[in-house]
Each structure stands twice: as C-alpha cells, then as structure tokens.
Design a protein. Sequence first.
Lengths: 830, 129
Amino acid sequence: MAITRYDITKSKIYPVIVLEHWLSIKTLNRLIGFLESLFLAFIIVSLVGSMILNKLNLADVSYWNHQLWFKLLSLLCFVLGLLIIMFMFRTYLRSAYYFENIVNNQYRGKDLYTFTVGRILYSAPKENWLRGFILSATGQTILHRCGLTAEKITDFLKTCPAGQLSLTLSAERVIFLRELADALYRENEEFSRWLYSVGIGETEFLQVVDWVVKGIENDELHDRFWRRENLARIGSLGRSWSYGLTPHLDLYSLDLLEQPAAQYSPYEVSFRRAEAAKIENILSRASEANVLLIGESESMRLDTLWALAKEIKRGTILPQLEHKRVLLFDSSLFLAGFKARADFEREVIKILDEAVAAGDVILVFKDFANFIQGAASLQSQVFGLLDPYLLSSRLQVIAAVDTDKFHRILESRSEVMTRFEKVQISELTAEETIAVILSNVDDLEKQSGISFSYQALRQIVKNADAYLTNGDLVEKSKSLIAEIVPWILKQKGKIVVGIKEVDDYVSAKTNIPTGEIKETEKETLLNLDKILQKRVIGQKQAVLAVASALKRARAGVQNQSRPLGSFLFLGPTGVGKTETAKALTAAYFGEENKLMRLDMTEYQDEGSLERLIGSFSNDKPGTLTNLIRQNVFGVLLLDEFEKAHKDVMNLFLQVLDEGFFSDMNGKRVNARNLIFIATSNAGAAKIWDLLKAGQDPAEQKDEIINLVVNQGDYKPELLNRFDEIVIFRPLGPTELKQIADLMLKKLAKRLEPKGFHLVVNDYLADRVSREGANEMFGARPMNRYIQDKIEQAIADKIIAGELKAGMSVEFTQPVTGQIDQFNLVIHQGI
Amino acid sequence: MGLTSTLVYYFWWHYTIALADLARNYAGIFAWLLDFFSIKHLLLNLALPWRRLGEGYPDHFNWEGFFAAVVVNTLMRLVGILFRLLMIVAGLISLVASIIIFVLIFAIWLALPFWLLFLFILSWKLLFA
C-alpha cells in the first residue's frame, strides 16, 4: 500500500517536522540574533536612562527612575524568556536533524523514515511525493548537482506527473532519502526521462543523492565540535616526552603527521585504506616489519602514506603503531651531502641509531632504489648496513619505489626481497576515482564559491583518463579540477561548472577537440571528404572512408576503447597513400606536423619491438612510446607496414584492438586519441593486373586481401583489426596531370614571396605529368622531375640575373630540335 | 498535530533523549580530555628518562664513567617524572573542572523550562509593579 499523508503522522519525529516546517532553523537563527540585539539594547537603554534621570535631579525623579527600571527589567525578562524558548526549539530541531543524517540515529530501527524524508513527505502538496521531493531544499540541491538549472526545474514542475510512490511505511525499517529517491526515479517515467536527458541514469542519480546527503552530514558533524572525532584532531600533549629526539634524521626528513595533508576530516571517504591496512599489519610484526611500497607514481605512494599517517593521527591504528611518527626520508637530499664512502656510511648509521633510540619512528625511504644506487656510486654496499636494522624489531622501515625501478633494480636482489614484504599499489578505476573526487571537491567549492555538477566531475575524470598522460588517475583528475577553478573564476559570472566548461578547458589545454562540435569544426567535418579530395587526386573511395571514420569518431559513436580510426592503405607507390594521411592531418588537425611517421622498414629485425616500446635492460625509452606520449592526439603513419617484424605486427594487434599498449616498464600508453594509417605496397602487382584487365581494383578488394594473406604479408587477424582496408588505384594520365598542376602551383606559391611569378600553363602540367610520372612509381618521381627541370632552370636564371623580382617566368613548348628542353620565357611584370 | 501535542513531545524529548545525549557527549569530552593530557600513557611511562636522553654505560668498566652515567640517567628520569606529574595534575584539574561544568549544564538543562516560567512570571509582575 502506498504512503498516505496519514501514515506520516505516525513517526516519532513528526512533531519536529511540523515545528521545523513553521519555524525553520534559519528563521530561528534570525530570531535569536534579533532577540540578542534587543536584549543588549535594553540593557544599554536602562543604564543610559538611569544615568540621565539621576543627572536631571528633577522632582519625582526617584519614582520615575524606579518605574523605568521595573519596565525595562520586565522587558528584559520577557526577551530572555523568548531567547530561551528559541534556543530550546533550535536544539530540539538540530538534534532531530542531526539524528536524521548520521548513521547512528538513535531512532533508527524504531522509526518510519528519516528527517529529510519526513520533511519531503510532509511538504508534498496533495500527496504528490515527486513534487514534494523537487520542491524540498535537499531535492533542489540534488537536481542542481545533476546539472539542472532553476529554469529547467520550473519548466518540469509545470508538467510534473502525479508523483507515484509505492513505498510502504513499516516499523521494521527506516526509509532513507536514497530509497525515496530511487523509488521516485523508478516509478515516475517522465522524471527518469527528464534526468536521462541530462545524462543521469539511475546509478548516477543515486550517486548524486549519496553525495548530497554525505555533504549535509559532514557539515552537520563538523559543526558539532564536541564530538570525539572532531576533538581527536587536536592531538595530545606529552606523548613525545617518552620518545627520543632525532636531530640528524630530522635534517633529511619530513614528519608526515605534522603536514597539512595528514589533517584528516573525520568523515571523509577512505582513500588507499586497503593498502594502508596492509602496511599496518606488516609493520605491527615483532621483527622484519618492513614494507616495500611499490606504486607507479609518486602521488600513489604518497597517498598511501597519507592514509597511514591519518590512521595514526586518528588513533585507529594497531597498538604497536600508536604514537609513531612517519618520517619521510629524502634520500636524494641526503646523498647530495657526501663525496666519501666513509662519511656517508657513518651518517647512515648515525641516523639509523637515532631512529632506533627514539623508539617512535617509522622510517620511509622516499625513493629506495635511488638510495641504493646513490650509495653504490659512492662504492658503498649500503644494504649491508641496513640489514641488521631491517632484521631487528627496533625499527620499522617502508621503502617506497616505483614499478620500473623495482623491476630493474630491486626485484632480482634476494637480500632485499627477503627483508621486505611487498605492498603493490594499483591504480584506481574511473568509478573509484569519481567517488574520491566527490568526497574531496566540497572543500574546494567552499573556498572558491564555484560549484561542480556531477556530470562535470565525471567528465573531468573521463578527460583526465583520455587526454592527460602523466600521473595516476586521481592525481590527474585533481590537477584538472585545480586548474579549472581559476580558469572559471576569470570568466565573470560563471559559478557553475558543467560538462561544457570542462570540455572547453580541456580543449584549450590540450588542443584536442572535445565536447560539443563547434561551428568551424562542424564545417570542416561536414566537408572533410571535399577538402581531402582537393588535395588527394583520384582516390575518392579512400578519402570517403577516412572522412567517414573521423566523423564517427568525433560524434562519439565509435568504440571508445579503440583508436579514433585505423586504416590500411594498399596500393602501388606514388598513388597518394601518404598524401592522404598528410591531407587529413592538415585538414582536421590544423597542421601537417601533427602527422607522426614511422618507417617500418627500420623495424624489420629481432630487436625492433624493444626499439619501439623501449628496452628494459638498457633503460632506453621506445620511439613509439615517446611519440605517442608527446602527441596524444594526431595521426600516426606507419609506412610500408608489411615490412615490420612479426613481433611489431603483434604489438599493433593489441594497439589497434584496445587502443593502448604497455611500455617496457609496464606503464600503460594510451593510443585511443590517434588515427593509425598503415600504408603498404603489398598486392600492388595484383592491382596493376586487375587494372590492365579492365577491372576496378577497389571492387576486387577481397581478392587482393586474400592474396596478401596468402603471400604471408599480413595475418588475417591483423587485417581484421583495421577499421577499413582501402585499395588505392594506380593513377591515370588525367589524374597525374592534376597532380602535376597542384605541385606546380605549390612551387609558384613558394616563389611568390620572393617576387617571382611562375605561370602554370596546361602544356607545363601535361609535360610534367608525362615525363615526371611512371608506371612503377606513380606520381612519386614527379617531385624530383620538377626539382631537376623547373626549379633548377629558374634558379639558373635568378643567379644569371636574368630573372629578377617582379618578373614572371613561363615554360612553353620548345622550338623544333630542342624537344627535350623547355622554352623558358621571362616576362616583365607579374 | 496541534501545539499541545508538539509541546508534549518536546518535553518528552527534553527530559529523555536530550539528557541522554548530553551525558553521551560529555562522556566523549571526558574520554578526549584523558586522551589529550595522555594521562594513561604518562602514568605507564612515568619513570622513563626525559626524551630518552641519558648517558651510555662505558664499554670497559670504570668507576668514573659508571657514576657519571648513573647520575645523568637518574637526573633524566627525575626530570621526566616531574614533567609527567605536572601534566597529569593539569589533566586531572581539567577533568574535575569538566565534571563541575557538566553538572552545572545538566542542572541548567533540567531547570530550563522552570527558568522560563519564572522569567515570564517575573516579567509580568515587574510590568505592573
């Protein structure tokens, strides 16, 4: 049976809800403020009035003076009484509100619903629970967090549906706001459709509800300074008196518990607690309590250490670790001070002895591998010095190291591996990162006055994952938020950050078009095939395939977990394969130098894979890794792909399928914002044969593909990974002439700034195309021909002083007898 | 729901849940004061040398070194005991003060509705005095 208005009255907190409805905490606060001022004013007036009457020394002054006092005292008592009533009511309301939001509600298990739910149900007009939810303060906050503006909410309310709710009130369980919101979402189709139109599904909606409720709870709990969790943050006195001083160690280390980042919020979402708990367990052992903390980025390792420091500060740590100090030892700073082995070793022993004598030190080596290596450069086998300390119960050590250095330097050293227990930090998933961001963003919002919609925060995490390369996802997302805040503040009047603002910022930062397609970009995309065809002659099918793929990618309909596009261009030399890649880069990415190029003939031997992804043994980064990390967005051209070694081909199997690969250190390299174009001459002979037989090679694509597979040029599974295999046709005389014309015009354009005008006539284009191109190499030799015959002739004339700035030069048909030569005519004026 | 029933609920809350809350909150403050002045910790480590400072005993026994170590270590322990005792006393004073304040607040809370009544009656009487 659905909830009725009558059901609501059965709750124990119903009287509070009624009272709060008519006299909210806000109103009470205002009234209390007013009465306090009034009370103060009466006291002042009484004192001043009494003094004046005494000074006047009038007859009956004593009588009036007494009368005034009585009246004022009466008013004072009345105002004080009112103040006490207000105070009592406020305490009553806040107490109920408080019980409502935290988990330890003493009514829980007995009552019907929580305070927030009660307020919504009580204020709902005509049992329209949905309307009640939308109109409530909490409901409004939730909807604003969903990116819905006040205007949109008002518009929806005009057509607000009946607001069904099939929840029943029972003594067995309490209805929380989350349950109410979920029921409203599921049972009111128009409401869910409305939210879905702004990208909020059921899961997202409930996450927003949790976020808002948590925010209210935190504010309420923070205000209650007398709660033990809040008081515990103050710390304690006299504990350190029982432990020793560490003056030498302090020179090179940082006490994490004393840092602002260790200032915990008692109610924050736990972050890296699982790893911190593992460390806690290992450090609590009687001996060999040493941890090797392995994490890809420094922020991941530090976040784990902060989590441990917070647990110690909070006092929720195992007894063995109570009152411990976590000292982050900066090994680089330490190493910088020594040139001689003896001095270094003496100081190492001194700081270790100090740490042991102090009795409250957890020593953290910030970069343990670096410390070992640095010591080795001083000819010191420092591990031998550390070993007795690591073996004993007197000192707890955390050696932090990145994944790469762990594999390269430490993993193979058995003496290290036996003394330490590994704790590996894994990167958080996007969903986990969103939860962390949601619990952290409140403080930033309060400081800046900016508020983020839920979708904006999701978009931040998504963009950080897709477009930012350095650091782990939490760090990247936090940095992005920190950068967006001042950027938004500069734009006057903007206080709400939505998806659009996030996309705009990321686009401006990375030059990668994200979010809505802008007018100029729309123009380019819609006409991309035409733009490309102006430059790529005679390859309409290829151009259309590439343009369509890019449109799909930009519209967001392509598979997000693959590269933007991947194409294999098959065809003879000189037919425009590379030119298509260049034209695409110039048209869409704005400049040709966004085209990255790898000549795969250089990657034919056994060591090719190492050269591409980096070498673990000699710590050399890979060409492909560097290229992609530096240019996350662009076109990667793989020339003569069929010549690559089979290991390289296998690498691209993964890259084309999943959009990423791992470098030599196991670090993920994201290639999902790239277009891969592989060119190949495989099957070129067959294409020629088909053409000679009067068939269109593009129509015989399957036959050509079968041939290249049978020849062993490509494995079928690799070919299947490409979005499109495009057959490039050999060029005919007309197309070659068009290309010649284009190339000559390019030359003319290059000459223009120097004041020379090259007349590109039909004869010149025709002859260049006939003599410059050939069947074997297509249009490729044409460039050389223009250099040798045209550019050289112009250069000779310039040097001879016959061609000067302001003159035109024209190549015409030669006179009889000089058939292999051009007739070069120079005109005065342009 | 009328004003009367709201008031009835209020007074029920005032003398049941609110009192329980007050007591619970005070228990939290009391526990925190114990923790803040580290009373248990200081008692357990009362005789430890101040900041663990002290003189090591000589590797090869000699009277001079031995007595020097004994004197320094005894002094450090005495300093430790003195400071710890001072802190413990400060903590105990704070605890006693907190108990007195809690009893006062408890009493004020119990009498608050009566105070209210008294103030309104007084106000009425003074108005016509």
